[in-house]
Design a protein around this ligand. Structure first.
Ligand code: PHE
Length: 341
């Protein structure tokens, strides 16, 4: 019997594969195996023999199971290592074939201007694209019956123009002036870039959706000199070269006096092209000193405070800087266009 046990232990030790090991297990420890057979035969033995046989069986079983478990775990570990090797992957390798995107040219220039104005103490504000009629018009000194409303073709929301209770897609970023004054009060230095909407027919220089960047400064003694200083700083930073500008009177009900700051067209150099409507000049920066009515409507005393405001045509500025000759490219989503930036 001892031979039997030694032999089985030796075979377990010598097993080279999982299958060989399993075969020994079935043969010795299995339900119809050698040990099972030995216990079955116990009935034929004397009580003394039976005790000895029982001890032998238990000890053998333990020894065999230990040997089996040890060997089995060696095979299991080897199998696991093999599997790990074949299924291994490096999670730190960057994904292949995803081309990196880039910022839209409007966003790039917007961020540049934000940095510039922040460095001069201005706060960057955001306002809603769906605006109240009050913020877009009335608070800016453009009452419902005023012809100045016709300057901006408006997308009205359901319910339409209704005293000061209607909603619309904002036609300019100027309502953020009002929100800035309401929320922050004087003294105030703010800019507000954003998307605006006009119900216009689309051509090379007009889109129904475009970008402006509003600016406003309110303090104790603000003059046109301050306004021109900031405008020049802005244009020099963006174009990185001298641009020819002209200032002419402009009418906006929320500024007094009001100006149009034009730049010599950088697409055609002033010779005339579709972007400058053959005039050689591009309207870029309407601006002026804030109308006292507007200050008063937002709870600011015009006897104590005054200020300037401007409404930069951000989309136009982008077109001038990159010599883009058709505004429709900007919203086209055309990758051939976008990949250039
Ligand atoms: N909001 C005006 C427009 O879109 C521009 C403007 C802004 C004019 C600020 C003066 C001051 O036409």
């Amino acid at each position: 019997m001892q031979d039997l046990l030694d032999n089985a232990l030796a075979r377990i030790g010598a097993a080279q594969t999982d299958e060989e090991l399993e075969a020994v297990r079935v043969e010795v420890l299995g339900r119809k195996g050698v040990l099972a057979q030995l216990s079955k035969d116990m009935g034929k033995l004397t009580p003394d023999e039976r005790v000895a046989r029982g001890k032998f069986i238990n000890a053998s079983k333990q020894a065999l199971e230990t040997a089996y478990d040890q060997k089995k775990s060696v095979f299991d570990r080897a199998a696991l290592a093999k599997r790990l090797d074949s299924e291994w992957m490096d999670l730190t390798v960057p994904a292949a074939g995803v081309p990196p995107g880039s910022l839209h040219p409007v966003t790039q220039i917007q961020w540049e201007i934000e940095d510039l104005f922040r460095s001069m103490g201005f706060t960057v504000l955001d306002g809603p694209e769906v605006e109240t009629e009050f913020h877009n018009f009335d608070a800016l000194n453009i009452p419902a019956d005023h012809p100045a409303r016709d300057m901006q073709d408006t997308f009205w929301l359901d319910g339409g123009q209704g005293g000061a209770g209607g909603y619309l897609l904002r036609t300019h970023t100027s309502p953020v002036q009002v929100r800035g004054m309401e929320k922050l009060g004087p003294p105030l230095r703010m800019i507000a870039p954003g998307r605006v909407f006009r119900n216009e027919s689309v051509d090379a220089s007009h889109e129904h959706t475009f970008y402006q960047l509003e600016g406003m400064m309110i303090d104790r003694e603000v003059s046109v000199g301050h306004l021109i200083y900031f405008m020049k700083t802005l244009l020099t930073a963006i174009f990185k070269k001298d641009v020819t500008v002209r200032l002419r009177p402009g009418y906006f009900p929320f500024v007094e006096p009001g100006f149009e700051l034009d730049i010599r067209c950088l697409i055609c150099g002033g010779a005339g092209c579709p972007v400058c409507k053959q005039s050689g000049w591009v309207e870029l920066l309407p601006c002026g000193l804030v109308n006292p009515h507007v200050l008063r409507k937002s709870g600011i005393d015009p006897a104590e405070w005054n200020g300037f405001a401007f409404g930069l045509g951000l989309t136009r500025l982008v077109m001038m800087r990159y010599a883009i000759d058709d505004i429709r490219w900007l919203q086209s989503g055309d990758l051939r266009f976008l990949r250039q930036f």
